[in-house]
Design a binder for this molecule. Sequence first.
Ligand code: PLP
Length: 476
Amino acid sequence: MEAKEFKEFAKAMTDYVADYLENIRDRPVVPSVQPGYLRPLVPEQAPEKAEPWTAVMADIERVVMSGVTHWHSPRFHAYFPTAQSYPAIVADMLSGAIACIGFTWIASPACTELEVVMLDWLGQMLGLPEEFLSRSGGEGGGVIQGTASEATLVALLGAKTRMLHRVKEQHPEWTDNDIIPKLVGYCNKQAHSSVERAGLLGGVQLRTLKPDNKRRLRGDILKEAIEKDIADGLIPFYVVATLGTTSSCTFDDLEELGDVCNEHGLWMHVDAAYAGSSFICPEYRYLMKGIEKAESFNFNPHKWMLVNFDCSAMWLKQPRWIIDAFNVDPLYLKHDHQGSAPDYRHWQIPLGRRFRALKLWFVLRLYGIENLQKHIRNHIALAHLFEKLCLSDDRFELFEEVTMGLVCFRLKGDNEINEALLRRINGRGKIHLVPSKIDDVYFLRLAICSRFTEEKDIHFSWEEVKASADEVLAKN
Ligand code: PLP
């Protein structure tokens, strides 16, 4: 394909994308296809001869859209949101054109330097302590990881390196094999499954601890677990605090956990994958009180801050522990400016990395902080509207206090009736929700996901929930 055709194709695609998004409300939120639907729709083999782009365009509705779940439909309320916006889409186009692999500074200086500055902009927007920011002139700084799961693993590996170093200072005769089996980390029982997975991948034990009755992990429970493990000859080294749990969006008590971590020399990593975006609004920062006690902090602009996947922002006070953990230095990756700017290959698991800072830059400039705050506040207000509608019907109850854009609710009654309710809601095909279960209580989660969601959509979703409840309760 040459430039002339590319321009025609890209223009046609831009029109298609804008029309798709502006009319997304009219599409069924979940497709009605069955597994294996796609193979019969495409040839058995790749074409021998090049096809015109118009042929590809002509197949998009038939082959692709017929099997798409429309995550940006205002009627999609499952999981947590994944972000999307026009500036980020355009930035990804430019990133695709530059198509550099920014593993070292010299591999593409703009790729590294824009990332350093964007993570400083973003860190300031959240009100992170200066120690996390590169502009402070200290050691701290930020990096874009692909996902929150990677950030949790990277932080765990940093914490592991730090503890190995400390223990060997005290016991020079101990080897890694003596120490590693003794290492133990901790998280809330409600932490995301990626935390447990980080423990498995990092080859260390991770304990899940019981939260309080508001499902927050508290300092006394952590302290008790640490002291018991120390008494048993283990070496506590790492804690993941969650701000905005996946099941019901509760917030661990950072202040208390941070004190315990500091007292015992543990690395506290903060996983704020979804809820972290809300901290751009000062009124929600009370939920991250104690953040200065953490060693690392992570949230996903790709969830709730209008930056397309993947863009998971992570800050570290002492990146040297990560850099040391991952440092392998073959000659072909060395360059003359080593040490004067980050070589991000040492801050992450893969070697290759895309120019992701572009989408942050475009989104931050083209929305401005003010409009991003409006987006967050709007989603939270819409969640409160759904909460109000729910509470206006005495057949329903809330499972959790609503703080962000997530409403956890259920029919008063047993789990079976709520399982039937969810089946009915999703079966009607107009809106889409997923459930969760905590302490054997099954509930429905309604997340505000789309940037197109308006009050009328919440009323629509509520009518769907109510009508489904009528059907389920009439059958009972
Ligand atoms: N942590 C929390 C609290 C989450 O809610 C999620 C996903 O929803 C994750 C981690 C995993 O995020 P990612 O897909 O970026 O790894």
